[in-house]
Ligand binder design. Sequence first.
Ligand code: NAD
Ligand code: TDX
Length: 326
Amino acid sequence: MELLVTGGAGFIGSHFIRLMLEKEDVSITNIDALTYAGHISNTEDFLANKNYRFIQADLTNAIEVDRVFEQQYDWIVHFAAESHVDRSINDATIFLDTNIKGTHNLLEKVRTGRAKKMIHVSTDEVYGSLQQGDKPFTEKHPLSPNNPYSASKAGADLLVRSYFKTYGIPVMITRCSNNYGPNQHPEKLIPKVIQCALHDQSIPLYGDGLNVRDWLYVEDHCRAIERVMKRGQYGEVYNVGGRNERSNKEVIKAILHFLGKDEHLITYVQDRQGHDRRYAIDQTKIQTELQWEPTYSFSEGLQKTINWYAQNEEWFHTMLKWCERK
Ligand code: NAD
Ligand code: TDX
């Protein structure tokens, strides 16, 4: 199987490649622009694998994309995106380019036969926000994104849907909740908290700290995508979640507890603009139709994650330096 992964030098994409390289008869091409969020160090352990190759290419650049598609692929698994909500609030421009135009360029390659099938990796944020007591999002929940990042992801989701309806191409969408694990960019909540806690630095908690996210260990997300490739139905959307809702304050306290650090490190700071209150996923569909469910408990996943960051502080600094250069 010839598999094209986009954004494989980022957090989730690199874990997905690692998982797929364990399979027989899979040859993987990773295309990544190596933005501030993507770094070759995330792929170091499989760089030399004979079934893997890397091409630095920007999905928004038609010429670079054409070069990648000189050969045909059986699958595209599309992770590449601008992924950080706070950055999208500062400036949405690149989010529209990468997340919408980049996705469109790939859809065109499926439409014109350069790739046979595609999975578009999306997010629960496209559904908007829930209040405490509301029912979790099903796949039928209307798309009501509240920040430029999620609006750009919703735009991409709708384009994918339109290409299925108009051209009948074999595409599927996954919408996952918050991932955590090794190699997640230092700007995201869990890595940031671990790093601050390790160095007894203050931990910025937005607003009242009671916003709720559903947390899933990254390897479980990758296994869900693999399951969708094997058993999913074209044109369908599959929610993926951890059945693990926690307030941000609870998550930070759990990390401090693991590290034996004091809760006084928590510093309440100004809230994120348009901060979604709660995400919660109803994943009945993937569970019953595709027989997928998460394998990691939050405490197992968090322990693994904290250990990794504690043992890989150099990686953290590499990413921060890379960010400064970009
Ligand atoms: P990430 O920011 O860690 O990685 C994104 C990767 O995409 C980087 O390697 C970056 O260099 C690459 N990229 C960005 N723009 C590009 C372009 N124009 N051309 C080629 N490559 C480009 O993101 P992540 O957290 O791994 O998320 C991966 C995907 O999963 C995204 O589509 C995101 O929306 C989705 N998702 C993430 C989460 C989460 O909790 N992290 C949850 C649900 C869905
Ligand atoms: O310093 C912080 N303090 C804080 O309180 C940061 C970085 C975040 N937060 C809060 C905001 C959110 O409620 O923690 C929560 C998680 O924040 P992020 O890690 O920025 O993730 P989130 O905004 O929930 O989005 C993530 O999950 C869905 C990913 O970044 C998206 O790519 C994915 O689609």
